[in-house]
Design a protein around this ligand. Structure first.
Ligand SMILES: Cc1cc2nc3c(=O)[nH]c(=O)nc-3n(C[C@H](O)[C@H](O)[C@H](O)COP(=O)(O)O)c2cc1C
Length: 214
């Protein structure tokens, strides 16, 4: 089973809870036979922002024109992200909630892979058809406040966004471990984090137990 782990926090695990979730997951899967685990570190990758440079590059490719440096970089980076996702049976995202949403580097990974004809398509009747129903996405996310209450949930645009993209549009089955409230309730922080990390371990263990494409 190919597991792609998208690491989306470059803060050290001693300080950042979602980095600790990443490390905990990796520790659990590293020696498991039959799991081929690859990390895609979005902060370490050269990933120019999605925008007109990419569309210019597509146009130039079609007309066999010379690409600029940034156009070459964005085409290569987009292809690399898509190839990594294509090869994965399971994709794990370890990410924080920052400013109510995901880090910009992770947004760029989404922008690179969110492509019609690759992640989804439309039927002749105009219905969206997801193209990755055989893959599984695991969301490992931390957020300092509490967003799981009905009043606060609409403000949460990190895990909710990732679920909508990889579950709702790409069609993957989605599982998640969320650690939340450790900043809002400092006296309970240690316990909240410890319990969440146990859940990360459990979800990692479950991968060795049941192959997705069996
Ligand atoms: C730049 C930054 C922005 C943050 N924004 C929010 C926020 O909008 N709401 C919130 O509840 N916590 C916020 N936090 C706290 C994080 O959600 C918390 O640290 C959590 O553990 C995820 O980030 P981490 O993995 O980097 O620790 C923020 C933290 C940082 C470093």
């Amino acid at each position: 089973m190919n597991i792609l782990v998208v690491k989306a926090n470059n803060r050290p695990a001693s300080e950042a809870v979602s980095s600790k979730m990443y490390e905990t997951f990796m520790e659990e899967v590293k020696d498991v036979k039959g799991l081929n685990v690859t990390t895609f570190d979005v902060f370490a990758e050269d990933m120019p922002y999605f925008g007109q440079d990419l569309f210019n590059a597509f146009g130039k490719m079609q007309n066999a024109e010379e690409l600029s440096d940034v156009e070459k970089r964005i085409l290569a980076a987009k292809q690399k992200a898509m190839d990594a996702l294509t090869a994965a049976d399971v994709v794990v995202f370890a990410f924080p909630l920052w400013n109510l949403t995901i880090p910009a580097k992770l947004q760029t990974f989404v922008d690179y892979t969110y492509q019609a004809g690759y992640a989804f398509k439309y039927s002749p009747e105009g219905q969206m058809i997801s193209l990755m129903p055989e893959k599984k996405a695991i969301l490992l996310s931390a957020r300092g406040g509490v967003y799981s209450t009905p009043e606060a949930a609409p403000m949460e645009m990190a895990a909710t966004y990732m679920r909508n993209v990889f579950g709702g549009v790409f069609g993957m089955s989605v599982e998640e471990v969320i650690i939340e409230g450790h900043n809002a309730m400092p006296d309970k922080a240690e316990q909240i984090i410890a319990e969440g990390l146990v859940k990360v371990t459990e979800i990692a263990k479950s991968l060795s137990a049941e192959p997705v494409n069996a």
